[in-house]
Design a protein around this ligand. Sequence first.
Ligand SMILES: NC(=O)c1ccc[n+]([C@@H]2O[C@H](COP(=O)([O-])OP(=O)(O)OC[C@H]3O[C@@H](n4cnc5c(N)ncnc54)[C@H](OP(=O)(O)O)[C@@H]3O)[C@@H](O)[C@H]2O)c1
Length: 273
Amino acid sequence: MSATDAPSIALVGAGAMGGALVRGWLEAVRKGGGLTLTVVEPNFDPELQRELESVGAVLNPPEPGPVDVLVFAVKPQAFAAVAPSAKRFVGEETRILSIMAGVHIEVIARELGSQRVVRAMPNMPARIGRGVTAYVAAPACTAADRALIEQLLSPLGSVEPLPAERLMDVVTAVSGSGPAYVFLLAEVLALAAEQEGLDKETAMRLASRTVAGAGALMLETGESPTTLRKQVTSPGGTTEAALDVLGAGNGLGPLLRRAVSAAAQRSRDLGKN
Ligand SMILES: NC(=O)c1ccc[n+]([C@@H]2O[C@H](COP(=O)([O-])OP(=O)(O)OC[C@H]3O[C@@H](n4cnc5c(N)ncnc54)[C@H](OP(=O)(O)O)[C@@H]3O)[C@@H](O)[C@H]2O)c1
């Protein structure tokens, strides 16, 4: 069996993101694939462990040695401490996948002594398989390496390759941090509804369902946000009255431009450390 059909993986950190990856890989095994998985994590979910064993995955083999893919899903600040002991999983054929925010390919390659590194940035909806993950592969990665990594990231949602690592800062600012902007939109919409007379609970329900429903519609129809916005905006109507305010010179566009720029700059600054 090849690494694509039955990979051997070592996963360092199985919290929210690492756990979501494992749940996806588990499904691949249910569908007939193979998996040998070593989990380095102090609090690995026992339910997930039982499920892995019940589908026939090989979990925590006694002498794992070098693996096909070594995955880092710990917090970035934990990397320096875990890297030395993770070296035992690295051999000639090992690809390294990191989803740690702000840890550069160069640092990962240096600490682990391997150039076949892929750095990825998922986002929060990955926890339910509805995220978007952008990744960049080091030059030493082959096309087959990229294909394998895309396959392993797919449980988190859609996957987007990037041509250059410097773009990770803007990705962090847009899709990485972006769910928070959308949650804020729901919050301030609810507040505005309250100020116009709705009770707090109804206001929050209407605002959250509106944000969720609009997102789902965009995803399910495949229509662009511009098309959908035009569809809901009749000339001289209520939506247009609101959009005139949001689209004004100091409206949502320039505000988000500044917000994304601040997040990207913060990502660049954090990356320097
Ligand atoms: N969550 C997001 O939306 C998001 C988005 C983009 C990127 N990321 C990146 O994804 C990575 C994981 O984030 P997360 O949200 O999944 O964090 P998380 O839920 O805190 O998961 C990290 C896991 O690593 C474990 N851990 C800590 N020290 C360890 C060690 N020395 N060896 C092995 N495991 C260790 C933690 O255990 P304890 O809890 O016991 O410490 C925890 O279970 C981060 O690097 C983050 O930058 C996350």
